[in-house]
Write a protein that binds this ligand. Structure first.
Ligand SMILES: [Zn+2]
Length: 260
């Protein structure tokens, strides 16, 4: 049996420094020094495959972190953001809407990994934003953003001036027969009221987003999240329904019985 020469090599926190002659003859064991100061005898193949990367201190630390979260983070806003992100991405019905499958990176499958990457700069006023909307949920593609669209939540108070009148946006929208989400989106982008209210919608190119549970979502994502057929959600929003009503009103499927 050949003994792989591992002396001086580092695997995770372990550095191999000598063969452990007291162990079985079937496999080579290396005595390793852990960064934490402990020594541990490890099978060479386990070292090479990366199965063992510390004296055990890594696992202990991970458990501590995980326990800390179990008691500290559940129920917080950022925890809910993480849960909703994962639920949406793991829901296979997403594909039914013909959308591209957006994934959550491996590290973020656990809340601890998500927290480690995203805790910096987080406040309850910010939303999770993907830089590339077709990209995945991972550190490189995500940031915390102030969403002007959070004003969507306060839409009833959103008063603008147009044509010498000061009125809530919603009233202007009804008057002009324009989808209010489009107008809020435009105002959030800094458009002047006159342009926001009068320019015809550029269908397809003008993406509309909604902020739900602290996350910026496109319409197909909203439809999927609330399990509403996309066509019905579209119809409701285009009729001027608010996002709350459009997502919470049950879908009434007509049958022959109902029509009789
Ligand atoms: Zn250790």
């Amino acid at each position: 049996m050949s003994i792989k020469q591992l002396e001086g090599q580092t695997f995770g926190r372990l550095t191999a420094f000598g063969i452990d002659r007291s162990k079985s003859k079937k496999s080579a064991y290396w005595i390793c020094k852990c960064q934490c100061g402990n020594e541990k005898s490890v099978r060479s193949d386990h070292l090479i495959q990366g199965r063992i990367r510390s004296c055990g201190c890594l696992l202990v630390e991970a458990r501590h972190r995980s326990n800390a979260f179990k008691h500290g983070m559940k129920g917080t806003r950022i925890y809910r953001i993480w849960v909703s992100m994962k639920n949406r991405c793991n829901d296979k019905s997403y594909k039914d809407y013909g959308e591209r499958g957006i994934c959550v990176c491996e590290k973020w499958q656990n809340f601890e990994g998500f927290w480690e990457d995203m805790k910096e700069g987080y406040t309850d006023a910010l939303t999770l934003d993907r830089k590339d909307n077709d990209g995945n949920y991972c550190k490189e593609n995500c940031r915390w953003a102030t969403m002007a669209q959070q004003s969507l939540n306060k839409r009833n108070n959103h008063i603008i001036e147009f044509g010498g009148e000061r009125k809530p946006v919603a009233e202007f929208c009804q008057e002009f027969g324009i989808n209010s989400s489009t107008v809020y989106n435009r105002l959030a982008k800094g458009w002047a009221p006159v342009r926001a209210l009068t320019e015809p919608p550029n269908k397809g190119r003008e993406m509309v987003y909604y902020v739900i549970n602290g996350e910026k979502l496109s319409r197909p994502e909203v439809a999927r999240m609330f399990k509403i057929p996309a066509s019905i959600l579209w119809h409701r929003l285009n009729e001027g329904w608010g996002i709350g009503r459009a997502t919470s009103t049950p879908v009434a499927y007509r049958t022959h019985n109902h029509l009789e």
